[in-house]
Design a protein around this ligand. Structure first.
Ligand code: IMP
Length: 427
């Protein structure tokens, strides 16, 4: 049984949590394949809100094994806190398996994330300051500590001492910060954290392949999204991993032939946090404020206000290509009920040229002006809709426009935050 990938098609915060939760109903394994606790998934079950950062959404179902794949960067203290929070609320986290090959986020990664941002000044990226970029940088530089190093105190200490020599020199001499204490870090990671993490560590590649071979359903869950991808996103305003579907292979240890379904999550409008180009961004004003308030567009974990804009089908076409998306799930359609008229971007114009796909040259993207089509709003609440027929005609037209323009069917439309607030359009 081949695997399903769930991937965000914009700049994150598309509402993946709710959809992965819905799909997880049929899954045996749910594997997170990249990112770290820079992500935030909100899932609402019976008016209870669960904000997850690291633990895959599948944790809320008893039949599902949540897996943190090798492509994820893990702050183990955050992971344990999240498990404690879930346990306190009656959710069993004992099935969780963490890849021994996943890299650890260390205290110096936080410091370096903050310092790099400070030194970039006006050019700062607006990272989540959770040490994500520095942890992936160390992975690529081959000086990272991995989850499996927690199993061997001697190795952990050796690696830590080597890397701290360089990190402390940079922190004190370049950034004028106090050096970090190796004993303190080792005590915390080996003394407090390792004994609790140890039972969770496993061979996640074997687990995924055994499940696939046994014909069980496997979901590969991306964090962040296509345009935050370090290769294909709006570099440098991106995260340091590959959220695109190819990253699902690398970050979980399956080959492309093990995947046959790629679900692209597209919010009915667009938001972005942090800096970077955003062609369909709404100017500050009443419409922008209304969208942010109605859509509750504030970071799940950081509380930052997201920048809102109209739906961008140029980006979506590109996302369909980059991820070989086979179907689209449109989220938060109900949020658009506040508008009399809706705008959808179908192309860009820059320097007298019309672009149907995202121009590769960032300077062109920066000056690109969206070509909008206008559609009538539906002036009705959608929260009660459960069948296609319950949707007002203009809302259906909005969904039809999306699939017509990008050539992929829309199989799902979210109409509210609760688990059951959606319309299935699957054939
Ligand atoms: P980092 O991932 O913390 O290094 O941040 C890099 C960029 O990705 C920043 O613009 C962040 O705001 C953005 N980012 C990271 N994670 C998320 C997410 O889960 N949703 C939306 N944006 C994110």
């Amino acid at each position: 049984m081949p695997a399903t990938v769930v991937v965000g098609t914009q700049w994150g915060d598309e509402g993946k949590g709710k959809l992965t939760d819905l799909l997880a109903k049929d899954m045996r394994l749910v594997v997170r394949y990249q990112g770290g606790h820079n992500a935030g998934h909100t899932i609402v079950v019976a008016k209870e809100t669960f904000a997850l950062q690291l633990v895959p959404s599948g944790v809320l179902y008893e039949h599902t094994v949540p897996v943190i794949g090798n492509g994820v960067v893990v702050d183990p203290a955050v992971l344990l806190n999240e498990c404690d929070m879930l346990s306190e609320r009656g959710i069993d986290t004992s099935r969780l398996v963490v890849s021994g090959n996943a890299h650890l986020i260390m205290p110096y990664h936080y410091e370096l994330d903050r310092m790099t941002e400070r030194f970039l000044g006006h050019n700062k990226l607006g990272t989540t300051r959770r040490g994500i970029g520095p942890a992936y940088a160390d992975k690529a530089a081959r000086i990272g500590l991995r989850v499996q190093d927690l199993l061997d105190p001697k190795i952990f200490r050796q690696k830590l001492d080597v890397v701290l020599r360089e990190k402390n020199a940079v922190l004190s001499r370049v950034y004028n910060r106090l050096p970090l204490d190796g004993d303190e870090i080792a005590d915390r990671y080996l003394g407090e954290i390792a004994p609790r993490i140890e039972p969770m560590i496993g061979d996640t590649v074997a687990l995924v392949h055994e499940a696939l071979a046994a014909g069980q359903e496997v979901m590969l869950e991306g964090a962040q999204a296509t345009f935050l991808d370090v290769d294909h996103g709006t570099y440098p305003f991106v995260t340091s991993s590959n959220p695109t579907a190819g990253g699902a292979c690398v970050g979980s240890g399956v080959g492309p032939r093990d995947i046959n379904r790629v679900v692209g999550i597209v919010k009915a409008y667009v938001t972005r946090v942090g800096s970077g180009p955003f062609p369909t961004e709404l100017e500050e004003g009443a419409a922008s404020d209304a969208l942010v308030e109605r859509g509750r567009e504030y970071g799940t974990n950081t509380g930052r206000r997201r920048r809102p804009g109209w739906l961008d089908l140029v980006m979506l076409r590109q996302a369909v290509r980059l991820n070989s998306i086979s179907e689209l799930a449109v989220t938060k359609l109900d949020v658009l009920s506040i508008f009399d008229t809706l705008k959808v971007c179908v192309a860009y114009e820059a320097g007298g040229v019309r672009y149907e796909h995202v121009p590769y040259h960032q300077s062109v993207l920066h000056e690109a002006k969206p070509v909008f089509v206008q559609l009538p709003g539906w002036a009705a609440e959608l929260g009660e809709a459960r069948e296609v027929g319950d949707l007002p005609a203009p809302a259906r037209a909005y969904l039809d426009l999306i699939s017509a323009h990008v050539g992929v069917p829309v199989t799902y439309a979210g109409v509210g935050p609760e688990r059951d607030q959606y319309v299935s359009l699957a054939p």
